[in-house]
Design a protein. Structure first.
Ligand code: NAI
Ligand code: MG
Length: 335
């Protein structure tokens, strides 16, 4: 059976890491067909738009996209193409695993294996109603949390735990101070948690969570939280395990999902062939889990770990002297 996915090669290091990722996926004989679609600076040059209608149609049709980073030029239409894509397809769950890998020079070379599930559509992060008074003295924004938004993200986290055999969900909040917004999120989270008696649920205030993550990250399994807290916490978690070259993310909606690296288009190393392809490959692993190929997803992750263990052709960010493509070939030889 073949499945068509939309492939967005993106800007900067995007095309290089996508070539490398597709080289590895091809070696796995997954029965995937790729439909190329443009977005970002490349699209602006070719079609005069950052996010062409044909790209949106391709994603709507295929429901699954693998996406490289995009450069959002300052002062061109939307504030961010990525935020625009999340809105268009109501991609409410931002799922970011952080896992210890060998030979990464990270603070936690072992012991971390957690997933941050971040609400992706509401809360302070979306910047609703931002205003500054004319005299520049007072700034405001509206922070809105809904029962619907809270319920679907917490349910996503518990279903993910159930599906993947994880044991614990930590609900991260600030309901002691933000009694209305964070309070509603926590209340709904408790209601949902009660429907999953086999999964341990604990609650943690966000500032304490940050300290606990740095001191004892092994205590966390799945974290579920609101948009802005999730933005900050997931970067903290990426930092614990060795940084951007190894941090993937999925944006998941009811019927559409977009898989990408957490990092950006890295203009400083673009065109040099030295970008680490692992973050995008790990995102492809999340995609394989999502489309019902969990066995292949595990094989891909195992091949990445084996290549890191062997220090075979690692890119310079991991202390090696390999290239994007030689690293990919080393991984492909192990799938
Ligand atoms: P960045 O993530 O592109 O780069 C930060 C640092 O990490 C740079 O030193 C870069 O060389 C390094 N780096 C990033 N990915 C790497 C990889 N795979 N291998 C080795 N080193 C890597 O962040 P920056 O510079 O703030 O943003 C550059 C552009 O990317 C901006 O236009 C921004 O809007 C865009 N961006 C796009 C994202 C997306 O499409 N999802 C996410 C974040 C930023
Ligand atoms: Mg962020």
């Amino acid at each position: 059976m073949t499945q068509t996915i939309t492939v967005i090669r993106g800007d900067g290091i995007g095309p290089e890491i996508m070539d490398a990722a597709l080289y590895v996926l091809d070696a796995m004989h997954l029965g995937l067909q790729y439909e190329d679609a443009d977005a970002g600076l490349v699209a602006l040059e070719k079609h005069g738009e950052l996010l062409p209608a044909a790209t949106l149609e391709s994603i709507s049709r295929n429901k699954i996209a693998l996406k490289s980073p995009l450069t959002t030029p300052v002062g061109e239409g939307f504030s961010s193409i990525n935020v625009e894509l999340r809105k268009r397809f109501d991609l409410y769950a931002n799922v970011r695993p952080a896992k210890s890998f060998p030979n990464t020079k990270s603070r936690f070379p072992t012991g971390v294996d957690l997933i941050t599930v971040r609400e992706n559509t509401e809360g302070a992060y979306i910047g609703e109603g931002q205003q500054v008074t004319e005299d520049g003295a007072t700034a405001t924004l509206v922070q809105k949390i809904t029962r619907k938004g809270s319920e679907r993200i917490v349910r996503y986290a518990f279903d993910l735990a159930r599906r993947t055999g994880r044991k614990k969900v930590t609900v991260v909040h600030k309901a002691n101070i933000l009694k209305s917004t964070s309070g509603l999120f926590l209340k709904v989270a408790r209601e949902v948690a009660a429907q999953y008696p086999e999964i341990e649920c604990n609650e943690m205030i966000v500032d304490n969570t940050c300290m606990q993550l740095v001191m004892k990250p092994e205590q966390f399994d799945i974290i579920v939280t609101t948009n802005l807290f999730g933005d900050i916490i997931s970067d903290l978690c990426a930092g614990l395990v060795g940084g951007l070259g190894l941090a993937p993310g999925a944006n998941i909606g009811a019927d559409t999902a977009i898989f990408e690296a957490v990092h950006g288009s890295a203009p400083d190393i673009a065109g040099k062939g030295i970008a680490n392809p692992c973050a995008l490959l790990l995102a492809a692993g999340q995609m394989l889990d999502h489309i019902g190929q969990p066995g292949k997803a595990s094989r891909l992750r195992e091949a990445i770990v084996a290549t890191l263990e062997a220090k075979d052709s690692l890119t310079p960010d991991l202390g090696g002297s390999g290239t994007t493509m030689s690293f990919a070939k080393a991984i492909a030889s192990r799938v």
